[in-house]
Design a binder for this molecule. Structure first.
Ligand code: NAP
Length: 246
């Protein structure tokens, strides 16, 4: 019987990993890619996909038992802390092995002018003393933290128009990945002096490089600590963890 591997996704890496699991292990094992269901038009994926929340850790534990899931790979975004906590708890309850995908942190260029914030709210409080016009790369749902900051022009990028776009925020629709040249052109045309971003790691580094090259201030939000347990930062390491367990 094919072993079912649940890949908690919503990221480019999760989709890539699900595809590689199918390539490496079918028919012995196959991936099911799980999406939160927030993006109205997600990219079509060449793997089995499910969509929507599970109903917390208890709901996920029920799903894992019902669907006879053998392994869970949590490849959600580093800031999707609620889903990762649920995965840890549900796997602990059911005894199903769990691997957490870890995006390697960025190596910030030495010349970059970086300030750090612990949370989006802290970043919003720091911003007026740093900036007259800031580019926000904080996810659609993170924008609300930047509502009602006086004397500050805000440009935000999101994959789709966010439901609660704060008034006055200029919106740029864009789906990653972006090149350094594209990011530089965007920062120049929008006339921003500061980049606000979450320290997500991975391919989003182009914006950091672009901002650093242009001498912009960079305000980074620290990522939440990862859940305890097994971790992999490359496709090879993740596939080898899976191979040892199926
Ligand atoms: P979150 O706060 O950790 O999750 C909130 C709730 O959404 C979870 O409790 C869960 O609902 C549901 N959920 C999240 N990821 C899911 C998944 N892969 N499959 C099924 N249900 C999921 O997460 P978030 O920050 O809202 O992010 C939502 C999704 O967008 C994640 O899949 C994440 O990988 C992706 N994403 C997030 C960011 C970001 O900046 N946070 C950026 C890029 C992509 P239940 O409790 O009902 O199970």
């Amino acid at each position: 019987m094919t072993k079912r591997i649940l890949v908690l996704g919503g990221t480019t890496e999760a989709a890539g990993l699900a595809r590689r699991i199918d390539e490496a292990f079918r028919p012995r094992a196959g991936a099911i890619l799980s999406l939160a269901g927030r993006t109205r038009a997600p990219r079509p994926q060449p793997v089995a996909t499910r969509s929507g929340g599970f109903g917390g850790a208890a709901g996920l534990a029920d799903y894992l038992r019902r669907e006879n899931i053998a392994l869970v790979v949590d490849a959600t975004h580093p800031f999707a802390a609620a889903m990762s906590a649920s995965a840890r708890e549900a796997c602990a309850r059911t005894g199903i092995p769990r691997l957490q995908w870890m995006r390697p942190p960025w190596t910030i260029p030495e010349q970059a002018k970086v300030a750090w914030a612990g949370t989006l709210a802290e970043a919003a409080a720091m911003l007026p003393s740093l900036s007259r016009a800031a580019f926000l790369s904080v996810g659609g749902r993170g924008l609300i933290a930047f509502a009602q900051i006086p004397n500050l022009r805000l440009v935000a990028r999101a994959v789709e128009r966010p439901e609660n776009l704060p008034s006055g925020v200029e919106l740029v629709i864009g789906r990653p990945p972006f090149t350094v040249a594209e990011e530089k052109a965007l920062f120049r045309t929008r006339g921003v002096d500061t980049l606000v971003a979450r320290e997500s790691g991975g391919t989003g580094f182009a914006k950091i490089e672009a901002a650093s090259d242009l001498g912009l201030d960079i305000l980074l939000i620290r990522r939440p600590p990862p859940e305890p347990g097994d971790k992999a930062a490359t496709y090879d390491a993740a596939l080898s963890w899976i191979a040892d367990r199926i």
